[in-house]
Design a protein around this ligand. Sequence first.
Ligand SMILES: NC(=O)c1ccc[n+]([C@@H]2O[C@H](COP(=O)([O-])OP(=O)(O)OC[C@H]3O[C@@H](n4cnc5c(N)ncnc54)[C@H](O)[C@@H]3O)[C@@H](O)[C@H]2O)c1
Length: 396
Amino acid sequence: MRILVCGGAGYIGSHACVVLAGLGHRVVVVDNFVNSSPRTLPCLQRIIGAPVEAHRLDLRDRDGLRALLAGSRFDAVMHFAALKAVGESCAQPLDYFDNNIGGTIALLQAMQDTGVRRLVFSSSATVYGEPEQVPVREDAPLSATNPYGRTKLVMEQMIGDLCRADPAFRAASLRYFNPVGAHPSGLIGEDPCGVPNNLMPYLCQVAAGRRERLRVFGGDYPTADGTGVRDYLHVMDLARAHADALDYLVRRERNLVVNLGTGRGTSVLELVRAFERVSGRRIPCEIVARRPGDVATLYADPARARRLLGWRARLGVPRMCRDAWHWQSLHPRGYADADVDAPAFVAGAGQVASGSARNKRVDATPRPPAGPPPPSVGVRTVAQWSSTTTSPRPGR
Ligand SMILES: NC(=O)c1ccc[n+]([C@@H]2O[C@H](COP(=O)([O-])OP(=O)(O)OC[C@H]3O[C@@H](n4cnc5c(N)ncnc54)[C@H](O)[C@@H]3O)[C@@H](O)[C@H]2O)c1
């Protein structure tokens, strides 16, 4: 199948591209690189062993998106493209509504206009808010505790409404728990911008000497060791679930909402110890106050995914830590250390849209405020790059 992967240069989208290409699908990446590096693309190409078509495009650029979808026949869309930092969403809620909900509306409209009727959507366990019971099942009450979570909830609801309005439209909303780890090659992995929001990349940066110590939020939860318990899931297991979900949409012709987790909880300190064993590095920890909105324990009931998709997580916590550390130790500064050229994006009109190696946010450079999408600098652009390169490049 020919699959449009929105946000395909990001952490989870890039791993999904590897799995999809390995199954013989043709992937086409769309990304505006707001939270990723164009250098992901040549790294992806190395793993896949074939060119990957990529377009620098903001989903909110309706004309550009429609032109892309109309220009060649897609069998399905996978939609990873969103802003995802909870704290940032509290500080800049309008940016989150604009990007996540606005981008999704534009995507759904372009799909409808061009007759593409299969969607796999990246949802999140955040849609359960503060669940009353664990493990959490898909029929648990839904709520949002922050603007990011609200965007996920609204996007799921919009997709559900579209499925009801158009019986031929098929969608899978995949509620991820805590994706971690990296492709075993160490060529692609999680490369957070600025201070990591998630535990595993923070741990990796402490182990790599980029940060002094890990701050553990809350040591007095009603859990075995007092620290929060979460359901960590290897990103390759998660990526595989996307292929299974697409297969379900095609074969079963039904819509799907499903949890993706292991069904096992791991505390912060358990994860730290496992990481120390695998990396051979000591991780200094400091227990600090709880973060508002964090729950003590959250893990999935993954039975529905098992029943409907035949999917279950295969890789355990030691493997998650090993692959995360492998990626980090090969790339202490993330994709800035990747031994590849950043691709140049060549505009449809013929001019070079951007040869820039970096347009990702950094701590010191806040994203522009919410508003209309940026000018169509890279619309209908295709990334071109050579498959191998010489020396590491500075920056992204
Ligand atoms: N990583 C997690 O812990 C986690 C957990 C639950 C759900 N999710 C969801 O999974 C999806 C992928 O997450 P990720 O960790 O890979 O994040 P990521 O930031 O690494 O990837 C998202 C990609 O989308 C791109 N993007 C964002 N807005 C865009 C827009 N308007 N137009 C075009 N491209 C755009 C970014 O540049 C980035 O490459 C997101 O929707 C996220 O909310 C992630």
